[in-house]
Design a protein around this ligand. Structure first.
Ligand code: ZN
Length: 241
């Protein structure tokens, strides 16, 4: 019996190696719960001001940018271990444009990023609006495509090659910081009732006061609540490996 078990394990390792997948994951533990935290659009100044806050809690996030090519912010963010993802060149609603414009907005610009060393393997839909064929098309170019409507759990090995839903944690949804804390606590307590290793995706925009932003204080509340339950933060790219 032992021999058969060993053979199966060895075969699995060989299959993984043949597929170009490492048998062990360097950046994540299978059993750790996680949050894929993201910030959309482009708010380099407020994002940079939060870099130290991220570092204090060991948080790595994904910034889905609207840009024609990499900026100084992109370089600094990746240097600090964050990920740059794409959010179209000019934040168009992709369901409203022609197929040519879809390509120009969502796919063509990533070549400029890739030539300058950015992997650009993650994409988020502006306004969360899409049609099913777009997922198929985008996943030819990206490893993960992210939505913007729901709180949903995923297994870590389900992030690559997939559409992933995400929940907005913008200020507008919560009247007070205390209400925000209670909501995050509930969400995260639900998460740790799921199978071990489940991850969820959450997103906001600028890190400041304002309806469609998250205040630095609330961001810290999220970090505190995650820390309390031993939930880690991941970039999308970390789970695509
Ligand atoms: Zn957006």
């Amino acid at each position: 019996m032992k021999k058969i078990g060993y053979f199966i394990l060895a075969a699995a390792v060989l299959a993984a190696l043949a597929a170009g997948v490492s048998a062990t994951h360097e950046s994540w533990e299978e059993k750790e719960y996680g949050i894929l935290l993201a910030f959309d659009d482009y708010s380099a100044d407020t994002w940079e001001q939060a870099f130290d806050l991220f570092d204090r809690y060991g948080v790595r996030a994904t910034f889905f940018v609207n840009a024609a090519g990499p900026t100084e912010f992109c370089a600094e963010a990746e240097k600090r271990g964050h990920e740059i993802g794409f959010h179209t060149k000019s934040h168009v609603k992709l369901t409203d444009v022609s197929k040519e414009e879809f390509y120009e907005e969502a796919i063509a610009p990533i070549e400029t990023f890739r030539k300058q060393g950015y992997a650009m393997t993650s994409f988020a839909y502006p306004y969360g609006e899409y049609e099913d064929w777009m997922n198929v098309e985008l996943l030819k170019y990206y490893d993960t495509v992210r939505g913007a409507w729901h709180y949903k759990g995923y297994t870590k090995d389900g992030i690559r090659g997939s559409f992933v839903e995400s929940m907005s944690i913008d200020n507008i949804h919560y009247e007070t910081d205390e209400q925000f804390r209670r909501a995050m606590r509930e969400n995260l307590e639900d998460l740790v009732k799921c199978d071990e290793g489940t991850v969820v995706s959450m997103f906001s925009h600028a890190i400041e006061e304002g309806d469609w932003c998250i205040s630095p204080r609330r961001l810290e509340i999220l970090f505190e609540e995650a820390d309390r339950l031993d939930i880690k933060f991941y970039t999308f790219r970390e789970l695509q490996g």
